[in-house]
Design a protein around this ligand. Sequence first.
Ligand SMILES: Cc1cc2nc3c(=O)[nH]c(=O)nc-3n(C[C@H](O)[C@H](O)[C@H](O)COP(=O)(O)OP(=O)(O)OC[C@H]3O[C@@H](n4cnc5c(N)ncnc54)[C@H](O)[C@@H]3O)c2cc1C
Ligand code: FES
Length: 280
Amino acid sequence: MTFRILSKRQLAYKKTLFEVEAPDVAAKALPGQFLIVIAREGGERVPLTICEYDRQKGTVSFAFHEVGKTTKELGTLNEGDRLFNVTGPLGNPSNISRFGRVLCVGGSIMIAPILLQAKALKAEGNHVTTVLGCRGDEFLFMKEEASAVSDEVHVASDDGTAGTKGLDFLEELVSSERFDRCVVMGPVDMMKRVSEITRPYGIPTFVTLTPIMIDGMGMCGVCRVTVGGKMMFGCVDGPEFDGHQTNFDELIMRQRTMLPEERLSSILWETNGGCKCERK
Ligand SMILES: Cc1cc2nc3c(=O)[nH]c(=O)nc-3n(C[C@H](O)[C@H](O)[C@H](O)COP(=O)(O)OP(=O)(O)OC[C@H]3O[C@@H](n4cnc5c(N)ncnc54)[C@H](O)[C@@H]3O)c2cc1C
Ligand code: FES
């Protein structure tokens, strides 16, 4: 069985959203869970967070940033093409309850899945403040969608070309308004920074960790992370964890374990259409 891409949306440079026909996955998907996607037979498995699902249509959506070989390969696919495999939903769903005032922070490509959380939290009766973080104006997307599912939206960019420059404004925000919960999805350094900002205010903060994964089902142990001094598996114990208890520096170090091989594989794919062993 393969999985048809029903629509492809270019969110920003090298950032794409796919809506895929996957009725069995859509039937059980919940905010916070992820998929393991294989673009072609023999291809690598990539974990990607669920951004939307429609149980009636039998579809599920995910967004990806082209950072390496497999995500670049995914980016070459188009509407009507088929993915070799989409496994999911994997991982634990986020806790979507009535907390009160919730701060949702999404950075880079993870703006797309944080909006699914924001939507679910809003539907549960929470007051939702959403922060969209990006490198600059040309990398900002889904602002209108964010407004539709939030009571307030703030934009922050690294270079100041969209919204406020940097995340310093968050310190002011959390010191001047009460928040009962914070959920963060984005680059690891951003999740670390937001967790440091919310810690002094005692705002329970939950981050989606993105360790390297293989099976995504608790069997290989590659996705080990340390939370509260305990070893956890990102795939089956998470992917959402307490940001105030997470060892982010270890995660960053472990994410870089395969960096030389990943770079080589990406270069080979761009120059020769892949490693010799993968060519038919
Ligand atoms: C639970 C989970 C959910 C995720 N959700 C999304 C998502 O919704 N959208 C999205 O674009 N990406 C997401 N990621 C990250 C995504 O899986 C990786 O970017 C992807 O596997 C990279 O594959 P590649 O072959 O293209 O690049 P690789 O060759 O594997 O890596 C290229 C570069 O990306 C970095 N990298 C590699 N793996 C990861 C990783 N797992 N997390 C972060 N950086 C990584 C490496 O440091 C390297 O510099 C998620 C990861 C996990 C574990
Ligand atoms: S990815 Fe293998 S145990 Fe988590």
